[in-house]
Design a protein around this ligand. Structure first.
Ligand code: SAM
Length: 276
């Protein structure tokens, strides 16, 4: 009999989010593969010395997979955990799961906290479709290029951002996507200083830059996707621009037009000017 690989989610802050099933699984398995074994030992202090710990991180995943496969073939059950949240979600484990499945060995999820899903659940942005990008490149130019490539995605965009990088990332998002899109910064979720800020990208860039507290800890940045192609072609943009221009001052009319159609701000201004 081969063993089973359990992919076990752990809390992203609040330890009460450690599920009974996750605790039971970690208490039962012979081996725990962990991103950082010192961090994960704290999850089961009473049994930490009774388990075989194996470090599995981005730098050793390929060679550690063979060792873990060997243990599974000997019949040992293994749990995979990461430092926080759900393994494989911007965390190591993909190569292991792939290899274990390819070997015909059972992989079972023990689901739980995930920062992206927690953020989406409280953001109030569309969740019917979303694009998870994980971490953006660290340098401005590469980050802007990547953000620009996502400008046409028709679904909420999700990013993992260390909070100290929020001012720079929000600045690049404004430059690449325009300042008008709705966005949410969900920071320190499930922890003591949890905050969820919403507003346009312009608003959030200003608020976060002015508040050092918003630059501490960990954050998820969510940005509304571009209005869908179908929606914007269904709308008669010129007619909408005329109606808005008749009712509102030009700048407000253009802002509403941008929001409703997803068109570029400059294009909306031009259309409103033409309609007046
Ligand atoms: N696997 C994890 C998960 O399921 O969410 C994510 C691991 S990734 C290496 C770490 C990133 O997740 C952080 O930089 C931050 O962007 C986000 N994150 C983790 N915990 C968070 C929290 N409590 N609040 C907000 N974001 C968090």
């Amino acid at each position: 009999m081969t063993g089973t690989l359990y992919v076990v989610a752990t809390p992203i802050g609040n330890l009460d989010d450690f599920s009974a099933r996750a605790r039971d699984t970690l208490a039962r398995v012979a081996v725990i593969a962990a991103e950082d074994t010192r961090t994960s030992r704290k999850l089961l202090p009473a049994r930490a010395d009774a388990v075989q710990w194996i470090a599995l991180h981005d730098h050793n995943e390929s060679r550690t997979v063979e060792r873990l496969l060997g243990l599974l073939r000997e019949g040992r059950d293994i749990a995979l955990v990461s430092d926080a949240g759900t393994p494989l979600i911007s965390d190591p484990g993909y190569r292991l799961v792939r290899a274990v499945r390819a070997a015909g060995i059972t992989v079972r999820p023990i689901p739980g906290a995930c920062a992206l899903i927690a953020a989406l659940s409280v953001a109030g942005l569309a969740t019917d479709r979303f694009w998870f990008e994980g971490f953006l490149p660290p340098r401005h130019a590469a980050r802007r290029t990547r953000l620009t490539a996502l400008a046409d995605v028709d679904g909420t965009l999700g990013f993992y951002v260390p909070a100290r990088d929020l001012p720079a990332v929000l600045g690049d998002a404004v430059a690449s996507l325009g300042g008008e899109r709705e966005a949410v910064v969900a920071r320190e979720l499930t922890k003591v200083f949890e905050t969820v800020l919403d507003g346009t990208l312009d608003d959030l860039a200003a608020r976060v830059s002015d508040d050092a507290d918003q630059q501490r800890g960990e954050a998820v940045l969510l940005i509304a996707g571009r209005a869908s192609e179908a929606a914007s072609t269904r709308l008669d943009c010129a007619l909408l621009a005329r109606e808005l221009a008749a009712e509102l001052p030009p700048a407000r009319a253009a802002r509403v037009l941008t929001r409703v159609t997803g068109m570029a701000r400059r294009e909306a201004f031009a259309m409103v000017e033409q309609a007046r």
